[in-house]
Design a binder for this molecule. Structure first.
Ligand SMILES: [Zn+2]
Length: 613
C-alpha cells in the first residue's frame, strides 16, 4: 500500500511570489546567500557606498560573506559523541573545521573519494570530522569550494529545534486566538473557524460546537485519520522520552498548569477528536469547509466548517473511529498522573469506539457529493483496528483486546519487515510496536519476541542501506514520494522504536543521519524546518505563512520534501529527467513538495525528542 500518497490533492490557490521563489530556488543550486542577506547586505552596501568604499572592496566583502551550497551539513549541529559528516559536491581534496568566534582551525581533514549518488545525480565526497567533540560553533572551509553554513556541537544541539517543532502545533490551533509571543512578533491571529455545522452527509443537522483541533496542514481542515497518527505519535513521544521533556516549557497558554506542555498541546487536538465521536461511539471522518479556502488568514476564512460523514448510515467511518480508539487509549495512560478524570473519559471513549468498529468493521470513507477537501481515504481499516486493540490492551490489560491482537498477528507481522512501515494509512506497525513496548506481563511472549526480532532486523537493514547511501539518508530511490521528508522522519521513528525494543547505538546514529538530512545535509543544502539553520526554506504551502505580513514563514514547520510524483504545476515545470531527490521547489505553489502537515511534523518531534540529552 502507498504511504503519504497524494490523496489529499489540494485545490490550492496560488498567491503572489511564486515566480520569484522559483528564481530563488535556482540561485540556491549555485551559491546560496545567508538567510535574509539580500535585504540586509544591500542596505549595508548602500551605506558603504555613501562612505566612499570602492566597488572592488565591496566584492571582497561579498566573497567573505558567501557560503557555498556545495557543502551540505546539518545547520543545527551534531552531538559530541556521534559521527559528524558533511557532504561536498564540488571536487576538492581537503577541508578544515573552523571556530566561528575567531576563525581558528580546530581540525584539518581529507575528503573521501567521490561517489556517484543515483538519487540526486550528485558526485559526493565526505568530510568526516567526528573527532571534533569540543562544544562550540563552527563552520567548514573547503579550499576551492568555499565555506559552509555554521553549525554547533553540543549535547543539547537539538533542544531549540525540538522547542520550535513542537511549538509549531500551537501555531496550528483552530478556534482560538494564536500568538507566538515576543520571540516571534507578528506571528499571531484572532480566533478562527468559530462557526460549525453538520453536513448532510453526517446524518445530523444544525449547528455544532466547532472549537478545537489543529489545522491539518497548509489548509484549515481537520481530519480525524491524520489527527490519529499525529496525536498518537506526539503522545508516544511523551511516553518514550518523557523524562527529557517534562520540564520543557513551550510558552503556550497552558504553560505552568502542572501538566507537561507537550501533553497540554496534544490535548488541544485530542479534545477536538473526542468531539468528533457520535453518541453511538462512531467517529465522523473530518471537519472542513466544502472546498479549500484561498490563501487567506484563518480568521478571514468565512466558509462554514462542516462535520462530514459517509453520506449513508452509519455515517461514521471505521478508520476514523479506530484511530480515535487507539489515540484515546494512549491518552488514558499518559494523562492519568495529571488528570485522572480526563484519562477516564478517554478510556471510555476508546472502548465505545472499539465496540462501534466491532459492529462496523469496514465502513470506508469517500468524499461525499459537494466536498472536495482532503479525503484521507483508506479501503482497509483492519490495521487501524489492530492499533486500537493493542493500545486498549496496553492500557487496560483486558483479555479480549489481547486475544484480538494475537489472532490478527499472522496477518500483519510482515509489515514489520518493510522499511518505514508506518504512515497515516498504514498503522499496523504502531499496533505491533505498542504491543511489544508495553510493560505488561500478560501479553503473548512469542508474539512480543517475534515483533522485537523483526523490528530489530528491519532496523539493521536500514542502518546498512543508509551507510551505503552517499548522503547517509535512509530514503531509498522509491521513497521520494509526497511527504518524503515525513518518510525520512518516519525512518527515524522506526529506528528509535527499534532501539527501545533491542538497543543498538547504530540505530540512534542512523536516526541522527535522517535528522541531519532534514536539517540541511541534503542536495539543496537547505534546512527543511522553517526558521531553523542559516539556510532554511522560505515558502511553505501554508496559508498563514502566505497570507500574513511577516517576511519569514511561521517557525518550526517541516516541508513535505522532494517528490518524484510531480503532482503540482510547479513540479511539472521543473526540468525533465531530474533525479528523484531533486524534484523539489521552495515555492508556495508546490503543495506536492512544500506543504507542511501535522503527521510528518509529529514524526519530526518524535525524532528530535529521541536525540535530546
Ligand atoms: Zn481555524
Amino acid at each position: 500500500m502507498l504511504r503519504f500518497t497524494p490523496v489529499r490533492e489540494l485545490n490550492h490557490t496560488l498567491a503572489s511570489g511564486d515566480c520569484e521563489t522559483l528564481a530563488a530556488n535556482r540561485s540556491q543550486e549555485m551559491t546560496g546567500s545567508r538567510r535574509g542577506s539580500s535585504r540586509s547586505s544591500s542596505l549595508r552596501i548602500g551605506l558603504l557606498l555613501l562612505l566612499g568604499v570602492s566597488v572592488a572592496m565591496l566584492s571582497e566583502l561579498r566573497a567573505a560573506d558567501s557560503k557555498s551550497t556545495q557543502i551540505k551539513l546539518d545547520q543545527v549541529g551534531y552531538v559530541p559523541n556521534s559521527p559528524k559528516l558533511a557532504m561536498v559536491t564540488s571536487q576538492a581534496s581537503t577541508f578544515e573545521v573552523k571556530r566561528v568566534s575567531d576563525n581558528g582551525t580546530v581540525f584539518k581533514g581529507e575528503l573521501s573519494a567521490a561517489s556517484q549518488d543515483p538519487d540526486t545525480g550528485d558526485l559526493v565526497q565526505i568530510a568526516d570530522f567526528s573527532q571534533v567533540k569540543e562544544p562550540g560553533n563552527y563552520y567548514l572551509d573547503v579550499p576551492g569550494v568555499g565555506q559552509s553554513w555554521t553549525f554547533s556541537i553540543r549535547p543539547d544541539a537539538f533542544s531549540r529545534t525540538y522547542y520550535l517543532a513542537m511549538r509549531a502545533f500551537y501555531g496550528q490551533r483552530c478556534g482560538t486566538a494564536v500568538d507566538m509571543g515576543s520571540e516571534f512578533p507578528g506571528y499571531t491571529h484572532p480566533a478562527c473557524h468559530l462557526k460549525g455545522e453538520f453536513h448532510s452527509s453526517s446524518g445530523k443537522q444544525g449547528e455544532r460546537d466547532n472549537v478545537g483541533g489543529w489545522h491539518d496542514a497548509g489548509d484549515y481542515g481537520r481530519y480525524v485519520v491524520n489527527s490519529g497518527i499525529s496525536t498518537g505519535t506526539v503522545l508516544w513521544t511523551w511516553e518514550m522520552f518523557g523524562p527529557k521533556l517534562k520540564n520543557i516549557k513551550l510558552n503556550i497558554p497552558e504553560s505552568g498548569n502542572g501538566t507537561p506542555d507537550i501533553l497540554n498541546e496534544a490535548r488541544w487536538n485530542l479534545e477536538w477528536m473526542l468531539k468528533m465521536q457520535d453518541e453511538d461511539g462512531g467517529v465522523w471522518h473530518k471537519q472542513t469547509s466544502e472546498h479549500f479556502s484561498g490563501f487567506i488568514m484563518p480568521e478571514e476564512d468565512s466558509l462554514t466548517s462542516v462535520v462530514v460523514g459517509t453520506g449513508q448510515a452509519p455515517y461514521k467511518s471505521t478508520c476514523a473511529t479506530a484511530d480515535l480508539a487507539a489515540v484515546a487509549a494512549i491518552a488514558a495512560r499518559v494523562y492519568l498522573p495529571f488528570d485522572a478524570k480526563f484519562a477516564k473519559q478517554n478510556l471510555e471513549a476508546a472502548r465505545k469506539a472499539w465496540l462501534w468498529t466491532e459492529k462496523y468493521p469496514n465502513v470506508a470513507f469517500r468524499n461525499p457529493q459537494g466536498i472536495s477537501t482532503g479525503e484521507y481515504g483508506d479501503s482497509s481499516c483492519s490495521d487501524e483496528r489492530l492499533w486500537a486493540a493493542a493500545e486498549l490492551w496496553r492500557t487496560s490489560g483486558d483479555k479480549n483486546y489481547n486475544d484480538y491482537v494475537v489472532k490478527q498477528y499472522p496477518d500483519f507481522r510482515l509489515t514489520l519487515d518493510a522499511p518505514a512501515p508506518e504512515g497515516w494509512r498504514d498503522v499496523a506497525a504502531m499496533g505491533l510496536w505498542t504491543y511489544a513496548l508495553a510493560s505488561r506481563k500478560d501479553g503473548d511472549g512469542a508474539v512480543v519476541a517475534d515483533i522485537r526480532k523483526r523490528t530489530a532486523q528491519a532496523a539493521q537493514k536500514i542502518v546498512e542501506s543508509t551507510r551505503n547511501n552517499s548522503y547517509r539518508v535512509s530514503l531509498r530511490s522509491k521513497d521520494y514520494v509526497w511527504g518524503s521528508n515525513g518518510v525520512a522522519a518516519s525512518y527515524g521513528v522506526e529506528l528509535l522504536v527499534a532501539n527501545a525494543l533491542a538497543p543498538d547505538p547504530a540505530f540512534v546514529e542512523t536516526a541522527l543521519d535522517d535528522l541531519h538530512y532534514l536539517l540541511g545535509r541534503n542536495a539543496f543544502s537547505l534546512s527543511w524546518v522553517t526558521q531553523v539553520g542559516d539556510n532554511p526554506y522560505h515558502h511553505p504551502h501554508h496559508r498563514p505563512s502566505g497570507a500574513d505580513k511577516n517576511a519569514e514563514p511561521w517557525p518550526g514547520l517541516l516541508s513535505g520534501g522532494p517528490n518524484a510524483g510531480r503532482q503540482d504545476d510547479v513540479l511539472k515545470k521543473l526540468r525533465a529527467g531530474l533525479p528523484p531527490a531533486k524534484v523539489y521547489a521552495d515555492d508556495q505553489g508546490s503543495y506536492a513538495s512544500n506543504e507542511i502537515a501535522i503527521n510528518w511534523q509529529a514524526s519530526l518531534v518524535f525524532l528530535l525528542a529521541g536525540v535530546l540529552p
